[in-house]
Design a protein around this ligand. Structure first.
Ligand SMILES: *Cc1c(COP(=O)(O)O)cnc(C)c1O
Length: 449
């Protein structure tokens, strides 16, 4: 059994790439933004050194302000399914920008993206565009409550749904499981409306739905949980959610902000063949611009203003430039073989890493689906949040650091997944495989010292 030497701190890592300009800019940024960032995980707190300030990205690579070039597997945390600076998206955006950037009116570009999605997605009949994944989830919850007239929601440990008050909630002590807030500023009253269950516990779900009958508006789940590692679920569990939601007359929300248009055009709903009542979208849908959306049947969406009583609005919703980017991105996703090719190349990368680790006895698994993969540490298959051992994140820290030195950029936390884009060539992936294997050698040899 390999033992992790906790004394191995990042400061001992050999820094071989220049980071001076990033360091200086990060110091400056602390004067402007809390922690120097506009979204917490960007601060690199779970890995070593200051965050890299990226200057530009093209295809599968990006370059930082010190001139270091990286093969990028963070891909802006998921949106960039076609990589950086995709020519088709760039051209559409420029063409659109030249006509003005925002009107606060309906536009043809909004219609075009709406039509493209609804024509090719069997699980939604009507959409509403918003400007982020968080906004999509927040609005979907309001719709569920407005349509059912009930307050409570069920969510699962290990699923992330953006920074919506009701969902910044973790399991309380005790079996079930009134939530307690996981962020200051989220009131206990709000947290109490959220019931937090472990993924996969069918009995507890049944019991909760029975005991709280008449109070629960919806069950919300990431059908492919990809924000706390990649916790791949059984199809039968998702089917169970569907059946129980019907049985107890509550709505089922699939939060597909990551999985939507990523594991297939119809996302997880299409991948597993499970019909939720409401789906939320984000990330890929905007082609690198701030777009989110939620969709459902016509009947449910008619609860939304101006038709129905559930109010939801947005000054920049369906912004034409963002719609143009989304349209150009999703058109390319619809090309024949697009998702199959991506999935195949991701599978090759993932099994390559896993095979190398197995040969050498490194405790590494690489769960993957579509073009999403995760470096998991330990010897068991991980399906629930509580199976992740935080101590193992030291391994990730070392691997992350080593990869930065050799020009591969992973999201700066071991709980984050990696994304392969259509801009990643076979050669890119071979290079990545070799470098990830070398980084594992460094991470796992240190402890044998
Ligand atoms: C990223 C994400 C969100 C939040 O989206 P933002 O655009 O960051 O607000 C919500 N749900 C899931 C599943 C996500 O992956």
């Amino acid at each position: 059994m390999l033992l992790l030497r906790k004394s191995t701190t990042v400061t001992r890592y050999q820094q071989r790439i220049p980071r001076d300009t990033s360091t200086r800019l990060f110091e400056e940024a602390q004067q402007y933004f809390p922690g120097g960032v506009n979204s917490p995980v960007r601060a690199f707190r779970s890995v070593s050194g200051p965050p890299l300030f990226i200057a530009e990205g093209h295809g599968s690579h990006m370059t930082d302000v010190d001139g270091n070039r990286f093969l990028d597997f963070c891909c802006s945390w998921g949106p960039l399914i076609h990589g950086h600076d995709n020519p088709h998206i760039r051209e559409r955006v420029i063409e659109t920008v030249l006509k003005g950037t925002s009107f606060g009116t309906p536009t043809q570009m909004g219609n075009r993206l709406g039509k493209l999605i609804l024509d090719n997605h069997r699980y939604v009949e009507r959409l509403r565009f918003v400007s982020s994944g968080t906004e999509a989830v927040m609005s979907a919850l309001r719709l569920a409550r407005g349509a059912t007239g009930r307050n409570k929601i069920i969510k699962f440990e290990g699923c992330y749904h953006g920074h919506v008050d009701n969902l910044l909630v973790k399991a309380g002590s005790g079996l079930v499981t009134f939530g307690t807030s996981s962020s200051a500023g989220v009131t206990e009253a709000v947290a109490r409306d959220t019931l937090v269950l472990p993924l996969g516990d069918r009995d507890l779900l049944e019991r909760t739905l029975t005991e709280q009958a008449g109070q629960i508006a919806c069950i919300i789940v990431e059908p492919i949980p990809a924000n706390n590692g990649l916790l791949l679920q059984d199809k039968s569990w998702l089917e169970c959610l569907r059946i129980k939601a019907w049985k107890h007359d509550v709505l089922l929300i699939f939060d597909e902000v990551i999985s939507g248009f990523r594991v297939g055009f119809e996302g997880a709903a299409g991948h597993y063949g499970v019909q939720p009542d409401i789906i939320t979208f984000g990330k890929v849908i905007g082609g690198g611009f701030p777009v989110g959306a939620y969709g459902a049947s016509k009947e449910l969406m008619d609860f939304i203003a101006p038709v129905g009583p559930v109010y939801q609005a947005g000054t920049l919703s369906a912004n034409p430039v963002a719609m143009a980017a989304g349209l150009a991105a999703l058109e390319q996703c619809l090309e024949p073989g697009f998702y199959e090719g991506l999935a195949e190349r991701t599978h090759t990368l993932a099994t390559g890493i896993e095979g190398y680790a197995r040969e050498r006895g490194y405790p590494v698994h690489v769960p993957h689906i579509g073009s999403i993969f995760w470096l998991a540490f330990g010897n068991e298959r991980i399906e629930r949040a509580d199976q992740i051992d935080p101590a193992n994140m030291e391994y990730f820290k070392m691997i992350h650091h080593e990869l930065l030195q050799t020009g591969v950029y992973l999201g700066p936390s071991g709980y984050e997944v990696g994304f392969v884009s259509s801009a990643h060539s076979d050669l890119d992936l071979q290079e990545a495989l070799a470098k990830i294997c070398a980084a594992m050698d460094v991470a796992f040899s240190k402890e044998n010292q």
